[in-house]
Design a protein. Structure first.
Length: 365
């Protein structure tokens, strides 16, 4: 189906009032929101930062980061001028670091293209780096009052259960139809409240994990998946591709109270973050000894730090780590993006990815 379905539009229109009534008493109290009863709108910069942080990240984890971020970068100009290492350090632990890079890129573009003023329309917001249809819709509706939908996983889940729609939600045709239907039903006088109601209904009632709390749902009497007890079949999406496994040995080199860290390339996985030297595959202590000989040094002690695993969206790192205390400074050819630092300075100034937290924690504890 590529065009709006009249009976679905009628049903969505009929459900608007109960949805908004439910939201007026059940809305989550979040620091980037104005209360549901208030008529004034939040700062689009605040909504933007929160929405980017909330991508692939739990609400409770975001709250503290959001507060610290706005303290450090209270406006677009300060974000555009943010030192890269400071920005990455502030983001450390949130993961998906490209989000932080895109925030800065977009802030610079706002300074240059929009003279430092946040764009005022959905289409202008959508043109910024790192912003897709959902985020543009959320900002435009919540902060600027534009009647555009903000369609995320919560909306897909509620909608497909409501109509028992077995369409593949990853397909462009389904997304186009859903968007066209919501464009015809979103209330022009309260688009932000409407979108946030869908978000909260999906996050707290029609949940992604576990059985939905149907007895608390304003759609319960009209939901086909509830009536037929078929909620677990929706939404429909293709199986995830199997992640590629990469084995690596993480090497923490210590010399006279300092540790060697190096900066990752500016593009790609964990772009611009700092990491410890590593070798492909699992390296034995005997192989490490030979590696140290190549570096014209030797170890007073080699400590096995254990095995670790970190899961990215498309890759799994399977790791083993060593802490090596060196007797002499190694003759490793260092790039300008490599440096020896103390554990204290590393913790204070350098952004180490959470993928290496198991090993990083060994030297800062």
């Amino acid at each position: 189906m590529n065009t709006p379905t009249p009976n679905r539009i009628d049903k969505l229109n009929q459900l608007t009032t109960p949805l908004l009534e439910w939201y007026s008493s059940a809305a989550r109290d979040l620091p980037w929101r104005t209360p549901a009863s208030e008529t004034h709108r939040p700062d689009p910069y605040h909504v933007w930062v929160s929405e980017i942080m909330l991508q692939q990240t739990r609400v409770e984890a975001v709250k503290a980061y959001y507060a610290r971020f706005l303290t450090a970068f209270p406006n677009i100009k300060s974000l555009a001028n943010a030192p890269q290492d400071e920005l990455m350090k502030l983001w450390q632990g949130l993961g998906y670091y490209s989000r932080a890079n895109n925030l800065k890129r977009a802030a610079i573009e706002i300074e240059e293209r929009f003279h430092g003023e946040f764009p005022r329309t959905y289409q202008e917001i959508l043109s910024l780096p790192g912003i897709g249809e959902y985020t543009a819709g959320a900002i435009a509706s919540i902060a600027l009052g534009e009647a555009v939908p903000a369609i995320d996983g919560n909306v897909y889940r509620i909608y497909t259960r409501l109509f028992e729609d077995d369409s593949d939600i990853t397909k462009a045709a389904f997304k186009k139809q859903l968007r066209s239907e919501l464009l015809l039903t979103i209330p022009s006088e309260a688009p932000g409240i409407y979108n946030q109601a869908w978000m909260d209904l999906g996050a707290t009632i029609c949940q992604p994990n576990g059985a939905p709390l149907c007895d608390k749902c304003p759609f319960v009497s009209r939901c086909q998946a509830h009536i037929h007890d078929s909620w677990s079949a929706f939404p429909v999406k293709p199986p995830k591709k199997k992640r590629r496994i990469e084995e690596k040995t993480v090497i923490l080199l210590e010399y006279q109270g300092t540790y060697l860290v190096q900066k990752r390339p500016p593009k790609g996985l964990l772009a611009g973050l700092w990491e410890f030297p590593s070798q492909e595959g699992f390296v034995s202590t005997e192989e490490l000894q030979k590696l140290l000989e190549q570096w014209d040094t030797s170890a007073s002690d080699i400590e096995l730090l254990g095995k670790g695993k970190h899961i990215f969206s498309h890759i799994e790192w399977h790791m083993i780590g060593y802490l090596i205390h060196l007797k002499q400074a190694p003759s490793i050819p260092l790039s300008e993006d490599s440096i020896w630092v103390t554990a204290e300075k590393m913790q204070r100034e350098y952004s180490i990815p959470s993928a290496l937290r198991l090993y990083y924690s060994k030297i800062i504890s």
